[in-house]
Design a protein around this ligand. Structure first.
Ligand code: 5GP
Ligand code: ZN
Length: 115
């Protein structure tokens, strides 16, 4: 794991967060700078820099994460009205933390297209 990766540190519990969901492969915690009433980050515990760096053997991990997101949305009370799940990728995508993560946001109406 890259020493400087904040999400690896969170996954390793070196940096404490409020854990919303955790299992062997993934973790969910609140975004430190929420942009919606509900805004959580969903990360694989394994360091993967972004979607472009996904290895073929990580496809099942992605399936696991994607199938868990709706359960988390239900738990957070944003499933009925809906939510947005976003993966920012590299510079033009607006990625600032280079450890793959989904933003899951809800609790308000969100416009399209994004800025
Ligand atoms: P990105 O811009 O890479 O798509 O999203 C990174 C997100 O991580 C941002 O929304 C930012 O607020 C959040 N973030 C950055 N550092 C920390 C941290 O130390 N703790 C938490 N909980 N969120 C963080
Ligand atoms: Zn990392």
């Amino acid at each position: 794991m890259p020493q400087e990766c904040i999400f690896c540190k969170i996954a390793a519990k070196d940096v404490p967060v409020t854990v919303i969901y955790e299992d062997e492969h993934m973790m969910v915690f609140p975004d430190i700078n929420p942009v919606a009433p509900v805004h959580v980050l969903v990360i694989p515990k394994k360091h993967i820099a972004n979607l472009l760096e996904l290895a073929p053997e990580e496809v099942s991990l992605m399936g696991h994460i994607l199938s868990t997101i709706p359960k988390i949305a239900s738990q957070l009370g944003i499933a009925n009205d809906g939510f947005r799940a976003v993966v920012n990728t590299k510079e033009h995508g607006g990625q600032t933390v280079h450890h793959l993560h989904w933003h899951v946001m809800g609790g308000r109406f969100m416009t399209w297209p994004p800025g």
